[in-house]
Design a protein around this ligand. Sequence first.
Ligand code: BGC
Length: 250
Amino acid sequence: MDEILGIDIGGSGIKGAPVNITTGNFTQERFRIPTPVPSKPDLVASVVAEIAKHFNWSGSIGCGFPAVIRHGVAYTAANVHRSWIGTHAENVFSKSCQCPVTVINDADAAGLAEQVFGVGRNYPKGVVLMLTIGTGIGSAIFVDGILLPNTEFGHLKIRGKDAEIRASDATRQRKKLAWDEWAERLNEYLQTMESLIWPDVIVLGGGVSKDFDRFSPFLNVRADVVPAQLLNNAGIVGAALAAARYGAGK
Ligand code: BGC
């Protein structure tokens, strides 16, 4: 059995579990540690190492990280400490864990998991836009199942502001918006996205996917809009898949 430790680095928590990459199931219970404040590289790296140690891990690790990641390096830092920009995240984590670590954008990881083990299986052909709606808004695009990495559609400007500032789940909670009020913001964002990339299906993931029935009646877009199926495990499963597919030596 091929097992890889998947780790999802988020704005509030860092979660990990060993994943069977053939079935997409966890082989041990998930372990979570709050994200350190400030979320600087050395502090985050020690938490990632603590998670690896918790599982007594010595094999490959895949990490989802909330930034643009090209060839292991972070290029943005919207919801983590800005000192990540220019940091070789793969090297930093590989050193702290003493294991080979592959780093991928967190939304790309979640999208990959949905595509392989979740709702994306119903859409092997065509254009799938996956959005993870949480502290920010992450995006992943698949064309016939192939990922176009590092799309940053959460930063599309709507009414002069980043879409994630208007329509994230964090904003819904902070402003105490009712579902219909928040859905109006989300709808405007989805309609704008649709006018630019015309996806066949839009998969909504992140914390709000469990409340899909509360806001979906207020959405009016041409594409099929469906909730993600893997809920909050997608980031971990996808990170492990990324290490299997794109990791060192692949
Ligand atoms: C970041 C993305 C990330 C998303 C979800 C955004 O602010 O720019 O890279 O995927 O948040 O965490």
